[in-house]
Design a protein around this ligand. Structure first.
Ligand code: AMP
Ligand code: MG
Length: 331
């Protein structure tokens, strides 16, 4: 993982009338870690169960890996026909379309067909033909998803469009979990779902949660540290996850407009008060140029750190908002 919490419970002991509890689960294909301070152990247990249930609910809504998910039903029954789905499905689809409009289509949940194509090419070790990519691009485009939000209905206006929430679903699950924890009366803690982190109120005696952003080329060195409270940080990059096609490392992030994996190794971290937003934008910024990413980050007032591999070295860009969260690491 390239974003890690450096928190050590031994250095932030719970205050009187407080307990510290940590738990780990496996959900949405990722490790989920919760570290919480609660009024009592039973309160923590109830809160943790509630949060875990939320993550499982998000998985049931958006999973591409199970045939009983709401997403599977949309793919099966929702072509050219409006079908009713849970309101959370509409909520995240609507937000995803919003990020497509914001990024000129760099972020697009309709990349499903392209993801299948490049995954298959990984299995058979061959780059897909130009015509196969073109065909898959024809099945891509956020305007192919139509919503009737008031009625909780969705329609897919294409015989071959497939949705993929892989770039935003974990962030959304984090936001849902934070909401569930707060409803159970827990406000102090940190959640990590597959490298998507939300830092709630800080540990006792601390003024924030210290997070390290590691050198993506795997040296283990930390490139930057941020200290955050009630903020999320997400990282996208092709250093850790990629398609291996006949020995060539290709990014698992695709440009929905061309159908090809984004070029050039990069790792992009986004800090936002919304985990959904941090997740979506860190993926989108991997597709956009540094200038485009910086412009959007400034407009939305989110922090961004862009690391790009250049020759033997790494070039680093940090936005002003990102700098405002940065600390030297020792404090
Ligand atoms: P992340 O790790 O959050 O950057 O998400 C990457 C995953 O999102 C990929 O494995 C694909 O399933 C999906 N994806 C790839 N490219 C895009 C894109 N341009 N927009 C939205 N989702 C994408
Ligand atoms: Mg993402």
């Amino acid at each position: 993982m390239f974003v890690v919490s450096l928190f050590k419970p031994s250095s932030a002991l719970p205050r009187d009338g407080e307990v510290y509890v940590e738990r780990a689960f496996y959900v949405m294909g990722s490790k989920l870690e919760l570290k919480l301070y609660c009024a009592s152990t039973p309160q923590c247990e109830i809160a943790i169960n509630g949060a875990y249930e939320e993550a499982k609910k998000v998985d049931y809504l958006f999973s591409n890996y199970r045939d009983d998910s709401v997403l599977a039903r949309v793919h099966k029954n929702g072509r050219w026909r409006f079908i009713k789905v849970p309101s959370q499905f509409i909520e995240l689809t609507k937000r995803s379309i919003g990020y497509s409009e914001l990024t000129g289509g760099a972020f697009d949940i309709t990349v499903g067909k392209l993801v299948h194509l490049w995954r298959r090419s990984q299995e058979n070790g061959q780059i897909p033909s130009e015509s196969a990519v073109k065909e898959a691009v024809k099945c891509t485009g956020y305007r192919k998803v139509r919503l009737l939000p008031k009625e909780d209905k969705v329609l897919l206006a294409s015989p071959c469009v497939f949705l993929d929430f892989g770039a935003i679903g974990k962030g959304y699950a984090i936001d849902r979990m934070v909401m569930a924890l707060r409803e159970s009366g827990v406000s102090r803690g940190i959640i990590d779902l597959g490298g998507n982190i939300f830092a709630m109120s800080p540990p006792p005696g601390e003024d924030g949660w210290l997070i390290a952003i590691r050198d993506p080329s795997g040296t283990g060195a930390s490139i930057a540290y941020v200290k955050i409270v009630n903020m999320s940080i997400a990282t996208s990059g092709d250093y850790e996850r990629f398609f291996d096609v006949g020995g060539r490392r290709l990014s698992h992030i695709l440009d929905p407009r061309t159908g090809y994996p984004v070029a050039g190794a990069s790792s992009i971290s986004v800090v936002s008060s919304s985990a959904t937003e941090a997740d979506a934008l860190s993926t989108a910024f991997s597709v956009l140029s540094e200038g485009e990413a910086a412009e959007i980050a400034e407009r939305l007032h989110v922090g961004v750190l862009i690391m790009k591999k250049e020759g033997e070295g790494v070039s680093i860009f940090r936005s002003d908002v990102f700098r405002s969260y940065e600390v030297s690491g020792s404090n």
